[in-house]
Write a new protein. Structure first.
Length: 188
């Protein structure tokens, strides 16, 4: 019993007087998830499997306190799939984008945030392959159907320029991507 009590004391979160402990913990969590997403097939794994891997990595990293619960992990995973690094965008911009993304089914949030990241930076629209990867599939056709679904529900507006490059507008945010992506089906 003494060993169990000692293990619990060792795993307790840092004292509240340490103002930077929460930030360090969040950085560690973001780093663990980013490392997970570096693996080639990570984006195609079920969330439950990724969460189990995440929990193991948290234990290995000796993350103090309780590991984030599944809903918090899903939110962080959506940001990681979109390629959004912690602290890379202003909080006001991302609070609005994540609020809108929360209205979408969980598996679509990463795609919305991927597009939002491109639009905020005025970067080219992500390719079908990038969108498919953020959605957790290898099918570019499924990525295009997902964009159509999001457009039907008013989350995005798509257009093509004269060269056939896709432009996506996020009407609720007033953001727009630069021309890019692949608007046509690939052969092969």
């Amino acid at each position: 019993m003494a060993q169990i009590d000692q293990a619990r004391r060792d795993a307790e979160p840092p004292a509240p007087s340490d103002l930077f402990a929460g930030a360090e913990r969040d950085e560690t969590i973001a780093k663990i998830i980013a490392e997970m997403m570096q693996e080639p097939d990570a984006g195609f794994q079920p969330v439950a499997m990724l969460y189990q891997d995440f929990l193991v990595r948290c234990r290995i990293a000796r993350l103090p306190g309780e590991a984030p619960d599944l809903p918090r992990f899903r939110k962080a995973l959506a940001l990681a799939k979109a390629g959004v690094e912690q602290g890379s965008a202003t909080e006001d911009d991302w609070s609005q984008a994540t609020l809108i993304a929360a209205s979408l089914p969980e598996d679509m949030r990463g795609v919305f945030l991927l597009i939002a990241k491109a639009a905020l930076g005025e970067s080219p629209c992500p390719s079908d392959d990038d969108i498919a990867r953020a959605y957790g599939t290898r099918s570019s056709g499924r990525a295009r159907r997902l964009l159509a679904y999001m457009e039907e529900r008013g989350f995005i507006q798509t257009a093509t320029d004269l060269k056939g490059a896709r432009i996506v507008t996020l009407p609720d945010l007033g953001w727009r991507t630069a021309p890019g992506g692949v608007g046509l089906a690939r052969v092969g």
